[in-house]
Write a protein that binds this ligand. Structure first.
Ligand SMILES: NC(=O)c1ccc[n+]([C@@H]2O[C@H](COP(=O)([O-])OP(=O)(O)OC[C@H]3O[C@@H](n4cnc5c(N)ncnc54)[C@H](O)[C@@H]3O)[C@@H](O)[C@H]2O)c1
Length: 357
């Protein structure tokens, strides 16, 4: 990786993102629109119907069938449909905008929405190149509206309790983290997202599009940011499937954090379901023992019994959505703020090849 560029960008994060300060008037509905009503956008949009004080007034998508579906989900509020997101952003009566388009469009759309004075909930990743991440940070820094990023794992009750215990020192001083995201199959080659997902220039590759969640949890647990990284990956199983594919189907990475913690991460799409060790996990090794973060358990060194660190729900619905509206109403800075999301995006996106694109 290009370490100098990584450090330069990380330093730029330090002063970033002023706290949001444009609180919405109490008691008024927050008039909301959405750009991108596909798989993720459709899910977020359906969840918003259940929130009090939210009026769903506009939706935008290039695909008519997806747009129609979104408009019917929110028929209670009689939303207007758009195919050009700039037309949606021109509306002065829209307070908040969700962005759930392919990854390469996030920065351009989030900047346009912030500059139009909207509160913004933008899906992860924060950007797919160090240059675009820095560009959005600059705009977010001078913006008075809320910018929350779709790193919803930061809101999961069980993860929050477990990682708080790690920070309190349950495992002693953290030495090493081992994490993975292993699947038994590839994503659907003919599915609705196949038009961008397998194109690394659009998705940022699977490490950016998917593993940004996992590597953000590692950053959070380690309570630091990586300083150096090295890795290898490619396409081993799904060669040219779908045709023209440029995204990897497997890679392995090593990181060294500023505080000295070492981390190893792998993601594969060819882990047979019958082979033990499928799925996602995060093991945090410390001087007193190790924490299985997904299992919320601490395993002491020696023969001691495992200790349950949290009995809360792992993700607990969509608490990040209510939190977004709470920030709009009380002017607070989101948990999944632009700084956290930028460090996560730089953790995954700062590869020399991508930095030069
Ligand atoms: N936070 C999470 O857990 C999570 C989960 C899944 C996806 N995502 C993220 O959400 C984003 C969307 O992923 P998806 O799975 O919903 O993909 P998708 O392909 O199902 O949906 C994207 C939608 O954006 C629309 N679109 C593309 N260009 C547009 C434009 N210029 N104007 C308006 N609409 C446009 C497409 O027509 C499509 O309907 C990605 O960034 C992905 O990483 C986040």
């Amino acid at each position: 990786m290009n370490r100098r560029q990584f450090l330069k960008n990380s330093v730029a994060l330090a002063g970033a993102a002023a706290a949001a300060s444009l609180a919405a008037p109490a008691g008024e509905d927050i008039r909301t629109g959405i750009i991108g009503t596909g798989n993720r956008g459709g899910h977020l949009w359906r969840s918003l119907v259940n929130l009090d004080g939210v009026k769903m007034v506009a939706a935008c998508d290039l695909k008519a069938d997806r747009l129609d579906k979104a408009l019917s989900v929110a028929s209670r509020d009689n939303p207007t449909g758009y195919s050009d997101y700039r037309k949606l952003l021109e509306r002065k009566d829209i307070d908040a905008v969700f962005i759930a388009t392919p990854c390469d469009l996030h920065v351009e759309m989030a900047i346009a929405a912030l500059q139009a004075g909207k509160h913004v909930y933008c899906e992860k990743p924060r950007g797919i190149t160090p240059e675009s991440i820095a560009r959005l940070l600059k705009v977010a820094r001078s913006s008075k509206t809320v910018l929350q990023v779709g790193q919803q794992m930061r809101y999961g009750p069980q993860l929050r309790e477990t990682i708080a215990k790690i920070h309190e020192g349950v495992a002693g001083k953290i030495i090493m983290v081992k994490a993975q995201r292993h699947a038994g199959n590839d994503l659907d080659h003919d599915g609705p997202s196949a038009d961008w997902f397998f194109d690394a220039k659009r998705s940022g590759d699977v490490i950016v599009e998917m593993a940004v969640h996992n590597l953000d949890v590692c950053n959070w647990a380690i309570n630091c940011r990586p300083e150096r990284a090295a890795g290898f990956g490619g396409v081993g199983m799904w060669v040219n499937e779908p045709p023209g594919r440029t995204s990897m189907d497997g890679y392995t990475l090593s990181y060294e954090y500023v505080n000295g913690v070492k981390m190893s991460f792998t993601q594969v799409f060819f882990h047979p379901r019958g082979l033990p060790g499928n799925g996602q996990y995060f093991y945090v090794y410390g001087t007193k023992g190790a924490v299985d973060v997904s299992g919320a358990r601490f395993y002491p060194m020696g023969r001691g019994e495992p200790q349950v660190l949290s009995t809360a729900q792992r993700l607990g619905g969509e608490p990040q959505l209510q939190a977004f509206y709470d920030c709009i109403r009380n002017g607070a800075k989101p948990v999944a703020n632009v700084n956290i999301a930028a460090v996560a995006a730089l953790t995954v996106a700062c590869r020399q090849g991508h930095a030069q694109q």
